[in-house]
Design a protein around this ligand. Structure first.
Ligand code: NAI
Length: 505
């Protein structure tokens, strides 16, 4: 089965934020679209809203007046469910309530033909559960758009126990024909994105709770070292803490309170206090008019550095050496265990141990740990940490070396795996577990995280680039440091390390 023909009539039920967006996407792709809502007049209002949006795009020269007219002409508000009788695809985007959705689909089965595909835009309910009481459960699938639907490329095609794989492929091909980036996923809590993204928020929240750094510093590190579009605090302020906290709680409960998904007390307190983020004027940051966001913390050094020694292979961090040479720093290469020496300081990529522990265990005086960067060649900032009692002069030299490479340096308290490394290791761990459990393919998991939440790289490909043995070592050390199951490495990561293969093999 290929994509639905554009002559196929499509219905969208629920004319709220998601339903209106999905209706717009289908109409822009050329389908006649019926929009239904149980609030009288809501569907017509939603179409007026779409028209206004498209009007702005015409004014900005991004859309022709003709396309706007053609799209609006394909959208029809209907007030009675019987009007949906001859639709070939019905997409439900109503209230997130299992019993209400079940009742709606049972009613639809009495109205539409047995060939009509039924789809739910649910983000947290089980597709298997919604389909359970249907006469033809095989024709119900999840079609999970992201907000705002006309802008976000990702669509998760969700199959429950009974879903027909041929229909899943039809929805996949149809979403592609609509200009989207679809992925296949099984109906498991959070599907791909809402599950795999949890550590992005959780690890920053944990670092904040432990006083490792403040919000602006952690956000800046995620952007300027991690390559993410936004840090966890500015992003959750934008999403709304009520929404983000509710998703975390729902995934946490769905996985029987696995501590990997544990919600944060800091975020709960914001919700309790009505500090929901941008929409309430206050979250981690203040959004009052004229309010300025505090700057990220940065340390600087006036020490002069002209030469450093690279011992052994610095692995993913070796991009630093080119930057140093470009700035006229002499880099002497010699054998060793993958560290960078400058004066009395030793710099090394974190392996998940705290600096105090690693300095003692490896006999490294004046150890400065470096965080992960998405790309050491272009990163603007880097996090470091060190043990108490470091020689202040050695610290000055280490910081000066990083400054010579053009990096801003943010000092974190001595925390295992710093900020970006711990986040990426935990994202990769969750993605690996989803892959192990057959939730989706490696390619679809990575695509989902790039297209759904704009990550600079899919977590599985990222883990391959860092080196799976380094990711597993980091997780093992995090688990040992905290004594918590939360950081246990996925079996798949251990297996691939033992096999000497990668996650995309
Ligand atoms: P919304 O509250 O903006 O809109 C829901 C609409 O459905 C309302 O207009 C309401 O009047 C209508 N409605 C409720 N029960 C109905 C019924 N029985 N029959 C007909 N219409 C009914 O909600 P939103 O945000 O658009 O979410 C809709 C669905 O999409 C939910 O399942 C939600 O979990 C899911 N979703 C939401 C996302 C978001 O960011 N808001 C993202 C992805 C999925």
């Amino acid at each position: 089965m290929t994509a639905l023909n554009t002559t196929a009539r499509i219905a969208v039920i629920g004319a709220g934020a998601m339903g209106a967006g999905i209706a717009q996407v289908a109409a822009q792709a050329g389908h006649p679209v019926l929009l239904l809502d149980n609030r009288p007049g809501a569907a017509a209002q939603a179409i007026e809203g779409i028209d206004r949006q498209l009007g702005k795009r015409v004014e900005n020269g991004k859309l022709s007046a003709q396309s706007r007219e053609a799209t609006i002409a394909r959208l029809h508000a209907v007030e009675a469910i019987d009007a949906l009788a001859d639709c070939e695809l019905i997409i439900e985007a109503i209230v997130e309530n299992l019993e209400v959705k079940r009742a709606l689909f049972r009613q639809l089965e009495g109205i539409c033909s047995p060939q009509c595909i039924l789809a739910s835009n649910t983000s947290s309910l089980s597709i298997t559960g919604i389909a359970a009481q249907l006469e033809h459960p095989q024709r119900l699938l999840g079609l999970h758009f992201f907000n705002p639907a006309p802008v976000m490329a990702l669509v998760e095609i969700v199959s429950g126990l009974a879903s027909d794989p041929v229909l899943a492929q039809c929805l996949y091909d149809t979403a592609k024909a609509w200009g989207k980036k679809p992925v296949h996923t099984r109906s498991t809590p959070g599907f791909i994105v809402n599950r795999v993204a949890r550590p992005f928020y959780a690890e920053s929240l944990r670092l904040l709770q432990e006083g490792a750094a403040d919000c602006p510093t952690l956000d800046a590190l995620m952007r300027e070292a991690g390559g993410f579009a936004m840090g966890a605090f500015e992003l959750t302020d934008l999403i709304g803490h009520d929404v983000n906290y509710a998703v975390t709680c729902s995934v946490f409960d769905a996985y029987y309170q696995d501590t990997r998904f544990q919600p944060s007390l800091i975020q709960k307190e914001l919700v309790d206090g009505g500090r929901l983020g941008r929409k309430s004027g206050q979250g981690f940051y203040t959004y009052a008019t004229g309010a300025e966001r505090p700057p990220a913390a940065e340390i600087s050094s006036a020490a002069s550095v002209e030469v450093c020694i690279a011992e052994g292979d610095l692995g993913i961090a070796k991009g630093l050496l080119g930057r140093l040479r470009e700035q006229g720093v002499e880099v002497i290469q010699r054998d060793g265990g993958g560290v960078l020496r400058v004066g009395d300081a030793v710099l090394a990529l974190s392996d998940g141990r705290m600096a105090c522990q690693r300095a003692r265990e490896d006999g490294l005086r004046n150890l400065i740990l470096l965080d992960l960067a998405f790309d050491y060649v272009s990163a603007k900032r880097i996090a470091i940490s060190h043990a108490a009692g470091i020689d202040p002069q050695a610290l000055e030299q280490g910081v000066a070396l990083l400054q010579r490479a053009g990096l801003k340096v943010s000092l974190l308290s001595d925390s295992p795996a710093l900020a970006v490394l711990r986040t990426v290791a935990m994202l990769a761990n969750e993605a690996a577990d989803a892959l192990l459990q057959g939730v989706a393919s490696a390619a679809d998991i990575d695509l989902a995280m790039r297209a759904g939440v704009n990550y600079p790289q899919g977590p599985l490909a990222w883990a391959d680039a860092v080196g799976l043995s380094h990711i597993v070592r980091t997780l093992d050390n995090l688990q040992a440091s905290y004594g918590e199951e939360r950081y246990r490495p996925s079996l798949l990561l251990r297996r691939r390390v033992a096999e000497g293969s990668t996650l995309h093999d």
